[in-house]
Design a protein. Sequence first.
Length: 266
Amino acid sequence: MPSPFPGMDPYLEEPGLWPDVHHELISETRALLNTLLRPKYYVRIEERVYISDEHDSGRLVMVPDLRIALNPDRVGQAFAPGGGTALAVAEPIEAITMIEEEIHESYIEIVDRVERLVVTVIEILSPTNKVAGSRGRESYETKRSDVMKSPSHLVEIDLLRRGLPIPVYGGIPPHEYLVHVSRAGRRPKATLWPIRLSQKLPPITVPLKPEDGHVVLDLQAVLDAAYDRAGYDLELDYSADAIPPLEGEWNAWAHRLLKEKGLRPD
């Protein structure tokens, strides 16, 4: 069953679900590109690794349900020093203990098969890449800087509404999602695809070696295949609000759309 949304499905942005969505998008992108680029190029999935600890501001999006849970059998007690209704013995509560965690984030490389050179790097951003001061943002910016200083092209795909935007300059029309393509020979100039929530995801041009020009990657086809293969229609609750929530006119638009498709009550 396809997503009810014409383009990006905002319900896929939920931080707890996003790692699985990211995995599917990376896998589908690789599979599609391999069919288009072989035998001159091959496409591989690489990882960057960083350590997240209790001081990492990105934990807020990595563990969205972080909270302290009281014993459900216990009724709140008023403070009563020296007796009264106060408990004689302290009772335990449940919480989440923050420990250092090794985080793996995948990205894609298009490699020239003969010369073994990385021609293009493709990033699909995660929530942790968009939190100011987070370990994920630092790791992402370091990799981004390395690619921008190299002879490799860079493609950044941001399908997340919340957080810091891709660092590009100039007047950009209103958008919820963004694709940024930086060709090595044209920097600092770049090509942008600003995308509204109501629009289909576009076919984008992925640059290759100069003699080969580019290949067209159909982002909507990638998303549709990922959604179908993962069976997200069985998991997502369209009767509830999206996380992060849609605001204003977009919330009303999504409600009408989901109602028309029978996914929301009257």
